[in-house]
Design a protein around this ligand. Structure first.
Ligand SMILES: *Cc1c(COP(=O)(O)O)cnc(C)c1O
Length: 462
């Protein structure tokens, strides 16, 4: 099993090296050279299995020789042991043929725990064997950072620096990043927005001296292992609603296109998915693009669903790579144009994208209304990101095909928006009840690349 870069100029790598490298050295993203397939019988055989066993069967072909079956099973078991629900990703019914896939039962209450808890264990196992230590730098709009700090805190072979936009994450998100006391995790509050944080991260990777000097690794949603972890719950949820004998559709609250791209991978592997619906908030570059208006950056507008306040959706490059018939030179050209502000998608590529993806955009008022309406209609308290998904799903679903909307965070992670819409202050689960009493530790820092690099270099243990 080999992985190749979407820009065609980086070496093909094994699963282990792809995971430890993150972003390819040519600036591209790694994708499997050949997509593994599951037969109808193999998919049907997932019915009734534990989440961990299903995860093993779905992910095994991607891992190649990196781990033995026993090692990989142990990694998966450790990754999901801390989840607060036996099903890990339970489905609840919202309406006839409309289901919520609850992805917020992990330690930081958002779906990113699925990928990050797994990647923490994968890194630990691989680095221990190699006798190496790496520096993980991540950029976050809130949930990635808390999930990463939670997954890597206290691990022996990893230092973690998380860049988040100062003042633009929720208080729960911030406290989840700033309260862990383990010395190997560091929260950096950057004066800028999420796109500034993400751009700084990309530039650090582009600097070969810095990259090798600190042994830089990335666990942002560009990391293939993260996408892979998220493929699993598309299978488990579809199978519990009748796949592979019945098609299902998914609506996914989308920012960086990582979660929905995992659904696309599941489809490529053979899971019968009818539609994959991209739901955006007012930061709607993906909706505009999928509506045929090209991919052109605008300013980021802060919203009540801040984990989706993104203008450049990194993982979209992977979808473009396939839509352009895996033409790496064409993708490299588009990404050059993006640096100047944007690009138009060719007609052939648009048709390819539309074969799998639909999209919708939700305003701030609609998001809030959907939280209110969903509580009234179904007695479910949902977070604002999930509300963006529910609104688009309600607009676009067809009665014959079950729609699964991904519920990406627990309402208590975004209490202000939920309380404004419903009058209910959603309580934190008991394990986190003292979050507001724990002392915080954070460095406020400029978005200047040189300042960020010096800070990270200066703190690496000798
Ligand atoms: C990260 C995040 C999203 C967006 O997921 P992408 O993979 O970036 O598209 C949606 N909702 C929540 C709660 C998130 O944390």
């Amino acid at each position: 099993m080999k992985y190749i870069s979407t820009r065609g100029k980086a070496p093909a790598l094994t699963f282990e090296d792809t995971m430890l490298t993150g972003l390819a050295s040519d600036g591209g993203l790694y994708v499997p050279e050949v997509m593994p397939k599951m037969t109808k019988d193999e998919i049907a055989a997932l019915r009734g299995l534990s989440y961990e066993e299903a995860a093993f069967r779905v992910m095994r072909p991607f891992v190649g020789d990196t781990f033995t079956d026993e090692e990989f099973k142990a990694i998966i078991a450790r990754a999901y042991a801390g989840f607060g629900h036996a099903a890990r990703a339970p489905l609840v019914q919202l309406d006839s043929n409309h289901f919520l896939l609850e992805l917020f039962h992990g330690p930081t209450l958002a779906f990113k725990d699925f990928a990050m808890q797994l990647i923490g264990q994968l890194f630990q196992a691989a680095l221990k064997r190699r006798g190496e230590r790496v520096t993980i730098v991540g950029a976050t709009s809130g949930d990635t950072g808390s999930a990463a700090i939670e997954a890597f805190k206290g691990l022996d072979n990893v230092d973690v620096y998380i860049l988040y936009p100062h003042g633009r994450v929720s208080e729960v998100q911030r406290r989840q990043m700033t309260t862990p006391s383990e010395a190997n995790v560091h929260a950096l509050a950057v004066d800028g927005d999420f796109d500034d944080c993400q751009a700084a991260l990309k530039d650090m990777f582009a600097d070969a001296d810095f990259r090798t000097g600190v042994k830089l690794a990335a666990v942002n949603s560009i990391n293939w292992a993260r996408v892979l972890a998220q493929v699993v719950y598309y299978f488990t949820s579809a199978v519990s609603l009748g796949a592979p004998d019945r098609k299902v559709s998914f609506t996914v609250p989308t920012g960086n296109f990582g979660d929905i791209f995992a659904g696309y991978v599941a489809k490529q592997m053979g899971l019968p998915i009818d539609r994959l619906v991209v739901a955006t908030n007012q930061n709607d570059i993906l909706h505009r693009c999928l509506s045929g208006q090209g991919y052109h950056k605008g300013p980021t507008h802060p919203s009540i669903s801040p984990s989706m306040d993104i203008q450049v959706s990194s993982n979209f490059e992977r979808a473009l790579f396939d839509a352009y018939g895996r033409d790496a030179a064409a993708v490299a050209q588009l990404m050059d144009e993006l640096k100047q502000g944007g690009f138009d998608v060719s007609q052939g590529a648009m048709e390819a994208l539309r074969e799998s993806f639909d999209s919708g955009r939700v305003s701030e008022a609609e998001t809030s209304e959907t939280i209110t309406e969903t509580l009234k209609a179904s007695a479910e308290l949902i977070c604002p990101h999930t509300a963006v998904g529910v609104k688009v799903a309600n607009d676009q679903r067809v009665p014959e095909v079950p729609m699964i909307t991904l519920s990406t965070a627990h309402p208590a992670k975004f209490p202000a928006a939920v309380e404004a819409a419903t009058g209910i202050h959603p309580p934190l689960p008991p394990a986190m009840a003292d979050l507001y009493e724990r002392p915080e530790r954070v460095t406020r820092i400029s978005r200047e690349l040189a300042v960020l690099k010096d800070h990270i270099r200066g703190q690496i243990p000798a």
